[in-house]
Design a protein around this ligand. Structure first.
Ligand code: BGC
Length: 368
């Protein structure tokens, strides 16, 4: 009997370790995606009815027909979790399950992305927050273990930041990974680096001892281009607009002269000399992420990239999107654009009446 058990353990282990990366079909489902933000995360309409109406099967069918293979689904942990009782709120979990079922019915793969923005107990990721976070993930992974691991992926945390150093995040990430792996042995886990999940963060990320993991990074460089007009993050972005891509230092000096605030002018001019505003720079940066993947024999995924629409020149936005997708796809890096119906959006119209934006789609497909 003991021998049979040992043999079974050996066979199971060798099956798990036969891949250095998750199976190819799972990576293929991460090829092209979009972030379904503002549904279970900073909802546009926070009522139950609003949430039920936010995405319907027509939205999902249209994405599928346009060639999207997956969505990344940001979820606010504080919305789902009662931190005092340490339980997932049953009605909210039921709402999330309905959302997952809607997507899966159209064969849309899902990255369940734990994306804290308004979760009080995760405002700062420290030792105390980790206690809650591990309990939260244990419960969530147990709740999701019954979903099909071929179609549902579990992303530990969006854009970790404000940690004392990369080593602290690496320790925390290993703990979160262990919790999720124990509760959900077959699901692909998505890990990331610190410093807002940037390429710089990825370069400091220590891989976990698990072949069924994908490593994510986000790409918004140069930020003064992709976040022009943004009202969050760096306050100088607010007054930036009409910033071109690609651009020479002279182009940027010229456009910045029109900004209302001196701070925004200075910030763009500083970035004109510091950041590389060329297509080659995009390629070089993304190549760093690809090289990290090769070094660690690990699969890499770009879970967010995009351009805030409000004040960005349309053609510049589309050109940047196309160049980023080209650089990613040349390196077989799957991607998810930020975002579906938020400020970086892929659609026009409100819930129940959405249309995919042809120009953005063409840019993502790298067609003229
Ligand atoms: C952040 C959002 C932000 C987006 C682009 C996301 O990861 O959570 O708040 O809109 O990145 O900046």
């Amino acid at each position: 009997m003991l021998r049979i058990v040992l043999l079974a353990v050996l066979v199971t282990n060798s099956m798990v370790w036969a891949y250095a990366r998750p199976p190819a079909e799972r990576l293929e489902r991460l090829a092209r995606g979009v972030n379904l933000s503002h549904w279970f995360w900073i909802p546009h309409d926070d009522s139950d009815r609003g949430r039920e109406r936010f995405i319907n099967d027509e939205d999902v069918k249209a994405l599928k027909a346009a060639g999207f293979t997956h969505v990344r689904l940001p979820i606010e942990p504080g919305w789902l979790w009662d931190a005092r009782a340490s339980v997932l709120l049953p009605e909210r979990l039921a709402a999330l399950r309905r959302g997952l079922a809607l997507l899966l019915a159209e064969e849309m793969a899902i990255v369940v992305d734990v994306h804290p923005a308004r979760t009080a107990w995760l405002e700062r990721l420290d030792a105390e927050a980790m206690v809650h976070f591990e309990r939260f993930w244990h419960a969530l992974a147990e709740a999701l273990v019954e979903t099909d691991p071929e179609w549902v992926y579990l992303e530990l945390m969006n854009e970790p930041h404000d940690l004392p150093d990369a080593a602290t995040w690496n320790v925390y990430q290993k703990r979160l990974h262990a919790v999720v792996r124990t509760a959900a042995p077959r699901h692909t886990i998505i890990c990331t680096g610190d410093q807002w999940g940037s390429i710089a963060g990825l370069e400091r990320c220590e891989p976990v001892a698990d072949s069924n993991v994908v490593y994510s990074f986000h790409f918004y460089e140069p930020h003064n281009f992709t976040h022009q007009g943004a009202t969050w993050g760096f306050d100088a972005w607010r007054d930036m607009g009409g910033v071109p891509w690609p651009a020479t230092p002279d182009d940027l000096r010229e456009v910045s002269a029109g900004f209302a605030s001196l701070r925004s002018r200075d910030a763009l001019q500083w970035s004109a000399t510091r950041d590389a505003w060329t297509p080659q720079a995009v390629i070089d940066r993304i190549e760093l992420a690809a090289a990290w993947g090769r070094r660690h024999d690990a699969a890499v995924y770009c879970g967010e990239f995009g351009v805030y629409r409000l004040k960005a020149p349309l053609e510049a936005r589309e050109r940047w999107l196309g160049e980023v997708v080209a650089a990613l796809e040349a390196r077989e890096i799957g991607w998810a654009m930020w975002d579906y119906a938020g400020g970086f959006s892929l659609v026009h119209g409100g819930p129940g009446a959405r249309r995919l934006d042809d120009r953005t789609l063409r840019a993502l497909r790298r067609m003229p």
